[in-house]
Design a protein around this ligand. Structure first.
Ligand SMILES: Nc1ncnc2c1ncn2[C@@H]1O[C@H](COP(=O)(O)OP(=O)(O)OP(=O)(O)O)[C@@H](O)[C@H]1O
Ligand SMILES: [Mg+2]
Length: 495
């Protein structure tokens, strides 16, 4: 006979509430009960400050359910109740973190001192320059794989980086990074992040066992995230990558709201359906005012591991077109490749396992591009007023503080910040000739930090950040003279 929810709840009514008043079911402390093949899981919500002391209550609940016929395993977790109001109150401690602390406390004798006041929810986290969410509308598109390789890619370009696995439902980072064990507790209060390949790492996976189904309720998840963000000694980081749970529901929305994100990266596969989800992701971040740094197309094309032949099995390029349509940068395409999967499964992300390989290079380039977009987006310039001349051959850029410049379409075109013109390093920069009569066809705003300029010769990949327009304006004469000299030196002309 299989076990049912009412039977579980009936049994749980035998468990008294805290201080022996009532029972935990009637007191509303028991979450949704999940049952699968005789395995039962649920959470009990308790006041934050009593999480540790109520451990016997959790054990009693586990015991009564495990004694029921047809039950093969029981998982009960205590989750902490969020306090209402009072922004200056300390955020509640998640029961799991309390347990981890209790365990470590037994070793190093630490207890939670009342003096250390964590930062307020939603505020900046000291020491962390940029926090970047990696999100997707849909599960299984390779978000966690991308997140870890992106983090390692940022590290490879010289940035101090960490990764926070915010997928409290199904943490993957411990496996992807081959990490086991529990984080240490410092001074009885703060968790020391784990480390792998030079990355600082924190994940709910370190605090719960991998096979434990986690029965979090929405608010608890947000709380767990806050704790992993703020009660962890991250130290100084240029970037903290946040691997988000899949989807764009309320939980994800409030997580995006709680973490002080500088930007978000959306991972999508090329198929239409995944793109619809990617769009949802985009609008979610828009709602909470987090700039989307760009879209990454994962499993974009298939590279045969034997012959290296490339096939576009999913119709490669969908995400790039979508990015353009939505006016966000396209950060790059990652192939569907056995190596990416097998290295991940072995706890050795491809960026560190095969740093000279093509896949590692792709991730490093994506990381560099995302970082560039982020730094530009973080500049605090107020969007200038842009005006194209009636002949479409000039752009007037007027900044809020009164500075204004007139830039010719020709200059903008030949100095386009696109990779096509600039290459990936100063040596690769191209001198573009024959653009004397080029015209501006259209301006498309990108977030609140740049404009995409479409020219009548078909060039459309340049994203002109306000700071770049400012630079061009200030150095107009010098740069123009340089351009003319380059043309002459190379035997080219303005056309
Ligand atoms: N480019 C790729 N080539 C081959 N395999 C890949 C690639 N990207 C991801 N995978 C594999 O696809 C599976 C799902 O990837 P991953 O766990 O990163 O997705 P996710 O979006 O984080 O999933 P979830 O929504 O469950 O969090 C994993 O087995 C991973 O190794
Ligand atoms: Mg994942």
């Amino acid at each position: 006979m299989s076990i049912t929810k009412p039977q579980v709840l009936d049994a749980l009514k035998r468990v008294r509430g805290p201080d022996l008043a009532g029972n935990i079911v009637d007191l509303g402390m028991v979450s949704e009960v999940l049952i699968k093949d005789g395995r039962v899981a649920f959470s009990i919500t308790v006041p934050a400050h009593r999480a540790r002391e109520l451990e016997p209550l959790r054990q009693a609940a586990e015991k009564v359910v495990s004694e029921l016929a047809g039950v093969t395993a029981v998982t009960v977790v205590l989750t902490a109740e969020a306090p209402r109001g009072g922004a200056v109150r300390e955020p509640p401690e998640h029961a799991r973190v309390a347990q981890a602390r209790a365990r470590a406390g037994a070793v190093n004798g630490g207890s939670r001192p009342g003096t250390a006041t964590p930062a307020r929810q939603g505020g900046a986290v000291e020491g962390i320059r940029h926090m970047i969410a990696v999100a997707s509308g849909k599960g299984g598109v390779g978000k966690s794989t991308t997140a870890v390789n992106l983090a390692l890619g940022l590290q490879a370009i010289g940035l101090k980086t960490g990764i926070l696995d915010a997928d409290v439902y199904g943490p993957s980072q411990p496996r992807l990074l081959g990490l086991r064990g529990r984080p240490q507790v410092i001074a009885g209060k703060t968790l020391r992040p784990m480390e792998a390949y030079g990355l600082k790492v924190m994940s709910m996976g370190f605090l719960v066992d991998e096979d434990t189904p986690i029965v979090w309720r929405g608010p608890m998840v947000v709380q767990a995230l806050n704790q992993m963000l703020r009660d962890v000694a991250w130290g100084h980081l240029d970037a903290l990558i946040v691997d988000m749970p899949p989807g764009t529901g309320d939980v994800q929305l409030s997580m995006a709201q709680q973490a002080p994100l500088s930007g978000a990266v959306i991972v999508s596969t090329p198929q239409d359906l995944a793109l619809i989800d990617a769009r949802k992701g985009l609008s979610m971040f828009k709602k909470v005012d987090v700039p989307v740094l760009g879209i990454i197309e994962n499993m974009s094309y298939f590279l045969c591991p034997k012959c290296g032949e490339r096939s576009d099995i999913f119709g490669h390029g969908g995400a790039e077109r979508e990015a353009e349509r939505l006016g966000v940068p396209f950060l790059g395409a990652v192939p569907l490749h056995m190596e990416i999967r097998s290295r991940s499964d072995a706890g050795q992300p491809v960026v560190v396992a095969d740093p000279d390989g093509a896949n590692a290079r792709i991730f490093r380039e994506i990381a560099a591009k995302a970082w560039e977009v982020l730094e530009t987006a973080a500049s605090d310039l107020v969007p200038p007023k842009l005006e194209v001349s009636p002949d479409h051959d000039k752009l007037r850029v007027a900044f809020e503080d009164g500075r204004s410049y007139e830039l010719s379409a020709e200059m903008l075109r030949v100095m386009s910040p696109s990779a096509e013109v600039q290459g990936h390093s100063p040596e690769q920069r191209i001198t573009v000739p024959n653009k004397r009569n080029v015209k501006i066809r259209e301006l498309r705003p990108v977030g609140n930090y740049a404009v995409r300029i479409l020219f009548d010769d078909g060039h459309h990949t340049g994203l002109y950040a306000w700071s770049y327009l400012d630079e061009l304006g200030r150095e107009k004469d010098k740069r123009w003279a340089q351009y003319l000299a380059e043309l002459e030196a190379k035997g080219l002309s303005r056309g």
